[in-house]
Ligand binder design. Structure first.
Ligand SMILES: [Zn+2]
Length: 149
């Protein structure tokens, strides 16, 4: 965790937000990530997602079971989702989402949106061409050599 915190501090001077993350196994760091949203013009370049991308690339796997993530701040819904999708075994965090909100990184509206029906959310959304899109799902179901995850 101290490494994640150190990264979060250094990143302020390197043009990013104050967030750092580390992925480790048995106490050995295998990958790190920092927030590069504004520096990379990438709204998904949060520290946790960046660390997951670095780890999976280095380890050549999409499954990080057996590994743990240390993040300097409680993850946003996107990163929490990514942590679940990566199958990480455990998460540790230092600052919490209220600490983040207090310095201008408020993701509580996304957590609030998740509790609403799509029709009640701030993001307008509607269903289009499901009968055409479902054909890809049918093709996937029929595929014999797919890699499941
Ligand atoms: Zn995030």
């Amino acid at each position: 965790m101290r490494k994640a915190i150190e990264l979060s501090k250094e990143n302020i001077e390197n043009g990013g937000g104050p967030f750092g993350a580390v992925i480790a196994k048995d106490g050995e760091i295998v990958a790190t990530g920092v927030n590069r949203v504004t520096a990379s013009c990438d709204p998904t370049a949060h520290a946790e997602v960046s660390a997951i991308r670095a780890a999976t690339s280095q380890l050549n796997t999409f499954n990080l079971s057996g590994y743990e993530i240390y993040t300097s701040c409680e993850p946003c819904p996107m990163c929490l989702g990514a942590i679940y999708w990566a199958r990480l075994d455990k998460m540790y965090y230092a600052n919490n989402k209220t600490d983040a909100k207090n310095i201008g990184f408020d993701d509580s509206f996304i957590y609030d949106e998740l509790d609403l029906k799509p029709s009640e959310r701030k993001l307008p959304s509607e269903v289009l061409l499901r009968d055409e899109a479902i054909k890809a799902f049918e093709r996937w179901t029929d595929k014999d050599d797919k890699v499941e995850y």
